[in-house]
Design a protein around this ligand. Structure first.
Ligand code: PRP
Length: 183
């Protein structure tokens, strides 16, 4: 059987496995310095952030609590539907806790805005936001993310958790998808 590999759909590699690992290590150290003595709750925004989240947790040299929330706004399309659907809520009460929202990418900014509002209503001690990628030119400049791995342009990227219609998440690097794959 001839298997079509995800690699064939990648126009170019943006961040190699090695570059990703080096940046995650720096981000883990920064978060540890900032909140390491507070036993923060790290919230993984499923599914996209899953790879980054696990790597980041391993790079934090302090006690943490892990929790997971699932939201979706893209479905099988390449553009946000404009509506964020809550699929799975947190397991833990975050009132009085220091919360870190861990995202893979900020694109329109809708998901992060939604999560910040949702969590603010639960009276946490603080909310810190981190995203591995930020398409800074695609959202309102007022939406600030506390820590960002890399700022990227308006390109359709996949791999390291990022998908198109649920494909490509398991690529170990981040690459630009050929436009013919989603047009
Ligand atoms: C993706 C991504 C972010 C969000 C960013 O999630 O993982 O959570 O979109 O886009 P935005 O800034 O325009 O809101 P998606 O809704 O595709 O769900 P998934 O993580 O399960 O792929």
């Amino acid at each position: 059987m001839l298997i079509r590999t995800p690699e064939q759909d990648i126009e170019r590699v943006l961040y190699t496995e090695k570059a990703i690992a080096a940046r995650v290590e720096q981000l883990g150290a920064e978060l540890t310095a900032k909140l390491g003595d507070q036993r923060p709750v790290l919230v993984c925004v499923l599914k996209g952030a899953s790879f980054f989240y696990i790597d980041l947790c391993r790079c934090m040299n302090c006690p943490i609590d892990m929790d997971f929330i699932a939201v979706s706004s893209y479905g099988a399309g390449a553009r946000s539907t404009g509506v964020v659907r809550l699929i799975k809520d947190l397991d833990n009460n975050i009132t009085g806790r220091h919360v870190i929202i861990v995202e893979d990418i900020i694109d329109s900014g809708l998901t992060m805005q939604y999560l910040k509002q949702l969590f603010a209503a639960r009276d946490p001690a603080s909310v810190t936001t981190i995203s591995f990628l930020d398409k800074a030119g695609c959202h309102d400049a007022s939406l600030k993310t506390d820590l960002v791995g890399f700022e990227i342009g308006n390109e359709f990227v996949v791999g390291y958790g990022l998908d198109y219609a649920n494909y490509y998440r398991n690529l170990p690097y981040i690459g630009v998808l050929r436009p013919e794959c989603y047009n």
